[in-house]
Write a protein that binds this ligand. Structure first.
Ligand SMILES: Cc1cc2nc3c(=O)[nH]c(=O)nc-3n(C[C@H](O)[C@H](O)[C@H](O)COP(=O)(O)OP(=O)(O)OC[C@H]3O[C@@H](n4cnc5c(N)ncnc54)[C@H](O)[C@@H]3O)c2cc1C
Length: 267
């Protein structure tokens, strides 16, 4: 079984700042982490490998060179190899362009590794962009079935089976392989790295893939190749604290509320 896990390096959420001129995230000098949902996706892959040690896990990211740090973190907790797709032509990509670049990255890694992926895991969503679009779009580009919001994943009769979270509860779905599965917060925590695995990950070579390497149509990547345009970003005005009505009886409280609403011209 060959598994690819898509990893996004994201700024630590408490530190997010937006450039008011370009409307993009200010990433310089901001501490970065592996997207939380991607750590659950990687742990889900690692559990499949625990069950079948012949499984190979590759992690891949599209991003600047600093994303290698995120990939090294993944190498220390279960991934066997990492690739980074990095090129100025990818900068400013929206979700459609990102998923297109990732789909070409998948194909190039398969060529280099000499084997197709059976499963592609993504996090449910990135904690900075928060769109949850990249996984489903990647499945569409590859023309693979997709299961989103998975809590548990197993392999049954040559298919992938996932227990997924829905608004009303849970459902269990099967998909034929190869498939894309996006993973939400699982019941289990991702495993920790050991000192030995951290040192090995630090020494690992991470191949970089350029736009030419993955043979993309550059009119479909970057800011120019992105159909979404961010017109404006702003922090919503904080609501003022409300008025608390505390009276001796419910009747008096209701009268006071009616008077307040009437004074405000609401009723
Ligand atoms: C017009 C526009 C311009 C933008 N310009 C910039 C910019 O200049 N710089 C910038 O950094 N961002 C930019 N963005 C944000 C960028 O589109 C998103 O960060 C990116 O496309 C992923 O979307 P998301 O964060 O919502 O991921 P989601 O769809 O929420 O992510 C779901 C999952 O997909 C996978 N995934 C997502 N992104 C990647 C990735 N890069 N590599 C590997 N796996 C991934 C992960 O597994 C992740 O858990 C721009 C967005 C728009 C709309």
């Amino acid at each position: 079984m060959n598994i690819l896990v898509c990893i996004k390096q994201v700024p630590d959420t408490t530190e997010i700042k937006i450039d008011p001129v370009t409307n993009t995230l200010i990433r310089e000098g901001v501490p970065s982490i592996v997207n939380t949902f991607d750590t659950f996706a990687l742990e889900t892959a690692a559990k499949l490998k625990d069950a079948d040690p012949t499984t190979r896990i590759i992690v891949a990211s599209m991003g600047p060179e600093q994303a290698k740090e995120a990939l090294k973190t993944c190498l220390s907790v279960g991934a066997d190899k990492a690739y980074l797709a990095s090129d100025r032509a990818f900068g400013g990509s929206d979700t459609l362009a990102t998923s297109y670049v990732l789909s070409c990255t998948v194909k190039e890694i398969e060529k280099r590794e000499g084997a197709p992926f059976d499963l592609i895991f993504c996090g449910k969503q990135a904690i900075d962009g928060d769109t949850a679009q990249v996984g489903p779009e990647l499945a569409e580009h590859l023309n693979y079935p997709q299961i989103t919001n998975a809590l548990e994943v197993s392999l049954v009769g040559g298919k992938v089976r996932a227990r997924r979270e829905t608004e009303d509860g849970y459902e269990v779905v099967d998909a034929t392989l190869p498939a894309v599965v996006t993973v939400t917060k699982t019941a289990y925590d991702p495993r920790y790295a050991s000192v030995k695995s951290k040192m090995a990950a630090n020494r690992a070579e991470i191949p970089m893939l350029t736009a030419a390497d993955i043979a993309i149509d550059t009119s479909r990547s970057g800011l120019k190749g992105s159909p979404t345009k961010v017109k404006k970003t702003y922090v919503p005005v904080r609501k003022k604290g409300g008025v608390k009505i505390q009276e001796e009886t419910g009747e008096i409280a209701a009268q006071k509320l009616t008077a307040l609403l009437s004074d405000a011209g609401i009723i």
